[in-house]
Design a protein around this ligand. Sequence first.
Ligand code: ADP
Length: 376
Amino acid sequence: MNLVRDVRSRLGWKLFLSYLIVILVGVLVLSSAAALSIPTSFDRHLAGMQPMMGPRGAGRDLSTGFRAAANESLALAATAATLAAVVLSLLISRRVVEPIRQMLAASRRVAEGHYDERVNVRGSTAPEEMDELDQLAVSFNQMAARLDRTEALRRELIGDVSHELRTPLSSIQASIEGLLDGVLSPDEPRLLQIHQEAGRLQRLVADLQELSRVEAGAIEVNLRPHSVEGLIRNAATRLERQYSDKAVRLEFELAPSLPMVSADEDRVGQVLLNLMGNALHYTPAGGAVRVHARRRGGEVEIEVQDEGIGIAGEHLPHLFDRFYRVDRSRSRPGGGSGIGLTIARHLVEAQGGRIRAESPGPGRGSTFAFTLPVAA
Ligand code: ADP
């Protein structure tokens, strides 16, 4: 019973048994064919040699002796071949099954949460020379690496989110405790500060929701032909008041006869509000922000250029990473938490464009530019 269960549940046994059946059938066919054909063929040759053989009885004795010798040798050869084949098929089955066993053990460890588990790729790593087992091992390793990365991102995200929530929450809690203990007076500035911190939390939660949507690729973009000027003017109208309150000029330099772009009006609006909002935020009063638009091949590039605090070169490659802020210690009551540009990147890419940041250095302004495909 146990043996039957073993055979059923072990690939190695199944492989070995199938080899064994092939070997036995081979030996059976070989012996039967030999046993049938050798006597007839020998008798035929013997008949040809009859004149040299003398009396008939001597030929018959020779034939009987030969059949016995042939049968003996056949039996011996068949046993030797079967033994050699059995040993060889045991070795081959082991060799085939071993990597599968390793993968099974590794997949169990991955299922237990050990995402750093990898299996050995035995043969060559050149794709054209790999057999199916090597390809399976490579795919397994890719899957494990991906799970590992996702898990690291998840842990990082939880850490970042808790960190971002902690500051406004502690500040609100400290103020309320002060008010309850009577150490602080419930005057307007105090209540305003609590209100601002609560607003910051609300914005953060909204940004996080949007971030999780865009990172999961769960945003719908409704691509239609739009005029670039219309898209830019829309965003500018919404920020007009804030620009004039801070006395920052908003200037436009749009190339003549720009083609229509294929875009989602609301999503482009979100990107422009983020870029033009940041430009305003980091530009001192009296400065200017310029919005340029020009055609570049099959795309239109929209550029938001400011005269603000600028960005040092080492930060530029990270600006679009989530929660990345150049000055993490700077308090930003009115600002976000380093999510805006990450969302902007996803939104631009979802519309088939690219986004980039440039700056000649601190104190020398920054330029953020993104592209949108020309409408067909
Ligand atoms: P935040 O909401 O913190 O502004 P963003 O993702 O929009 O988040 O921006 C990320 C960081 O990039 C900012 O914290 C800031 O350090 C830097 N940054 C963005 N825009 C500008 C700009 N126009 N000038 C200088 N620094 C900028």
